[in-house]
Design a protein around this ligand. Structure first.
Ligand code: NAP
Length: 315
C-alpha cells in the first residue's frame, strides 16, 4: 500500500479482535479504528468494514471510498436509508463459505429425506422399526430459490446425490441437471414441483416475506422448507400454520426475523421444526480481512472492485 489509509471497523467492540489481528498482520500500513472503541475524525476514514453498521454512520464519513461487507448478504447495510450510494459496497464472496452452506443444506435435506428424525424417536423408544417406506431419491424434487454463488453449489451438490433439481432466479441459468425457472411468472411452476424448498435469496424489497402462506399452498403436500438466507424471507406464523394444517411436513431454519430467536418464539419447541442459531456457515475472519485488504489494494491503484452490490437490484 502507498499512502497510509484508515479503515473503520464497524462491529461489536467485543468481537473486534477477530479482525484487528489479521488486518494488522496482513496490512501493517493500514490504520484500523474500531467504531465505539476508538476516537477518530470522520474525515480521516477512507474505508469501512462491517456487517450491520448503525444507521447514518457511513453517511457521516465524508471521505469514504469503499465499504466491505463481512457477510454475503448486504441487507444489513441497505436497511440504512442514508447509505451513501455513491460509495461502492463490496459483498463477501468466499468458496469455503459457499461449500459450508452447501454442506448444511445437503445435511438437512438428507436428514429429512432419510426420515432421520423418526428413527431418532424410535431409538428413544427402543423400537426396532424397519417399516418406514424409503422415498426414491430420483423421485424427490428439490428447488433452490436463488441460484447465485451459494445456491449454484448447493444445487450441484444435491444433484450429485441424484435428487431432481431446479433453481429459481431473476435470470435464466444453464446448469447441467438443474432445471432453470426465472422471474415471478415462473415462480408458481417452480414451487409446484418442489418437495424440498431451500431459500438462498438475498433479502431485498422483492424477496421479503417470499416464504408466505400463498407460496406454501403452492408447494406439494408434505413439502419441507429449509431457510438459510435471511429471517426476513419467512413469515414465521404462516410456516407454523402450514405445518400444523398438515400441508407441510416440517422445516429447518437457520435464520430468523429476530435474532437471537426470543425465548417466547413457538419455533423453538415445534416438533417438526429444526432451529439452528445462524450457523449454516461461519466465515473465517482471516478470509474476511483479506477480502478487505485485497479490495483496498485494488482500489488504491485504480483497479475495479469485485463483487460490488448493484443498488438498483438490492444485491
Ligand atoms: P448471490 O450470488 O447474489 O445470488 C442471489 C441469487 O438470488 C441470484 O441467483 C439471483 O438471481 C437471485 N435473486 C435475487 N433477487 C431475486 C428475485 N427478485 N427473483 C428471483 N431471483 C432473485 O447471493 P449468494 O452469495 O448466493 O448469497 C445468498 C444469500 O445467502 C445472502 O444474501 C445471504 O442472505 C444468505 N447467506 C446466509 C448465510 C447463513 O449463515 N445462514 C451465510 C451466507 C449467506 P440472478 O442470478 O438472476 O441475479
Amino acid at each position: 500500500m502507498t499512502a497510509r489509509s484508515t479503515l473503520l471497523l464497524a462491529v461489536p467492540v467485543s468481537w473486534a479482535g477477530l479482525w484487528t489481528a489479521p488486518l494488522a498482520e496482513m496490512a501493517p500500513d493500514l490504520n484500523v479504528v474500531v467504531q465505539g472503541r476508538d476516537e477518530y475524525d470522520p474525515k480521516a476514514i477512507d474505508y469501512a468494514l462491517g456487517f450491520r453498521p448503525e444507521t447514518g454512520l457511513l453517511a457521516s464519513l465524508p471521505n469514504l471510498k469503499a465499504v466491505f461487507s463481512l457477510g454475503a448478504g448486504v441487507d444489513g447495510f441497505l436497511v440504512d436509508p442514508n447509505y451513501p450510494k455513491r460509495i461502492p459496497l463490496v459483498r463477501f464472496v468466499d468458496h469455503q463459505l459457499s461449500r459450508e452452506m452447501a454442506q448444511y443444506c445437503v445435511m438437512h435435506a438428507l436428514i429429512h429425506h432419510r426420515q432421520q428424525r423418526l428413527f431418532d424417536t424410535f431409538q428413544k423408544e427402543k423400537k426396532w422399526r424397519q417399516s418406514v417406506p424409503p422415498r426414491r431419491t430420483d423421485d424427490t424434487r428439490i428447488g433452490v430459490l436463488g441460484i447465485g454463488e451459494i445456491g449454484t453449489i448447493v444445487a450441484k451438490r444435491l444433484r450429485d446425490h441424484d435428487f431432481k433439481m431446479a433453481g429459481w432466479s431473476r435470470t435464466r441459468k444453464q446448469i447441467p441437471g438443474v432445471e432453470s425457472f426465472a422471474g415471478h411468472e415462473e415462480l408458481q411452476k417452480f414451487l409446484n414441483r418442489s418437495d424440498i424448498l431451500i431459500c438462498l435469496l438475498p433479502l431485498t424489497a422483492d424477496t421479503r416475506h417470499i416464504l408466505n402462506a400463498k407460496a406454501f399452498s403452492q408447494l406439494p403436500k408434505d413439502a419441507f422448507v429449509i431457510n438459510v438466507a435471511r429471517g426476513g424471507h419467512l413469515k414465521e406464523d404462516d410456516l407454523i400454520a402450514a405445518i400444523d394444517s398438515g400441508h407441510l411436513s416440517g422445516a429447518t431454519l437457520d435464520v430468523f426475523e429476530t435474532e437471537p430467536l426470543p425465548d417466547s418464539s413457538p419455533l423453538w419447541s415445534h416438533h417438526k421444526i429444526t432451529v439452528t442459531p445462524h450457523v449454516a456457515a461461519i466465515s473465517d475472519p482471516r478470509v474476511m480481512a483479506k477480502n478487505a485488504v485485497d479490495g483496498i489494494a485494488r482500489h488504491k491503484v485504480g483497479k475495479p472492485l469485485d463483487n460490488v452490490v448493484d443498488f438498483a437490484r438490492g444485491y
